[in-house]
Design a protein around this ligand. Structure first.
Ligand code: ZN
Ligand code: FE
Length: 255
């Protein structure tokens, strides 16, 4: 049985997520942009927080961790590689680590690029991947620390997950990401349809996440850098995928 999944808007455009196992009562939050909306959601559902999972060290993903830890007594889990710049960790994680939320074994995936220590959390039974600022809905995070080649590698790992995996990313940037995507693939019918769906969702105040990996594979230019259509769109028909990815990322930075 899939864990219950709740998307919580925080700050202006961040998302935190709760996963809850009804049998054990175990409840985890992925990223803490802000403690208040997460505490309110826990209270409203009568859930007790057991685990705080951190994807990366940026302030908009960790600033509520201490408050939440003090309020709930939850354990804090984050990347061992970033322990020096994360709130104190109860469990320091490497890619070979796994842990359980209820009956579900959670897998850690190293996804450097946006930051060097960025990790993602994969819940294979439920079919969730918490990707924060690595793979984002319709885009990918800016390369603050890693190289384009590193981010391309990271995205390849996520692209290899089952296509019906729900991608839970860290921000509501989807509309602008897809506007950029349309400059590269104006003839991509799936992309045009998605742009309409996202506009409808936003007009109704609904989040555009989570989103199926297959939708990303069909419409996200950063996952599509190896395809002839994208190589052609950036004028690099003979380049390898990582080079095309780097060019797409550079264009997005100027978009
Ligand atoms: Zn970030
Ligand atoms: Fe962020």
């Amino acid at each position: 049985m899939a864990l219950e999944l709740v998307t919580i808007p925080c700050r202006t455009d961040n998302y935190a997520y709760l996963v809850h196992d009804a049998d054990s009562g175990q409840t985890a939050v992925i990223d803490v942009p802000d403690a208040a909306p997460i505490l309110a959601e826990l209270r409203a559902r009568g859930w007790e927080l057991s685990d705080i999972l951190i994807t990366h060290h940026h302030d908009d993903h960790i600033s509520g961790v201490q408050t939440l830890r003090e309020a709930t007594g939850a354990m804090v889990l984050g990347a061992a590689a970033d322990a020096h710049r994360l709130p104190p960790l109860d469990y320091a994680l490497t890619e070979t680590a796994s842990f359980e939320i209820g009956a579900e074994k959670v897998r850690v995936i190293d996804v450097p690029g946006h930051t060097i220590g960025h990790i993602a959390f994969h819940f294979p039974l439920s079919g969730y991947a918490f990707t924060a600022d690595s793979l984002m809905a319709g885009g990918c995070g800016r390369l603050f620390e890693g190289t384009p080649a590193q981010m391309w590698q990271s995205l390849q790992k996520l692209a290899a997950l089952p296509p019906d995996t729900l991608i839970c990313s860290g921000h509501e940037y989807t509309a602008s990401n897809l506007r950029f995507a349309a400059t590269l693939e104006p003839g991509n019918a799936a992309l045009m349809l998605r742009i309409e769906e996202v506009a409808t969702a936003r007009a109704a105040g609904r989040p555009t996440v989570p989103v199926r990996l297959q939708t990303e594979l069909d419409t996200n230019p950063f996952l599509r850098a190896g395809l002839p259509a994208l190589k052609g769109a950036v004028g690099l028909p003979d380049a390898d995928a990582a080079t095309v990815f780097a060019e797409i990322r550079a264009r997005k930075d100027r978009f």
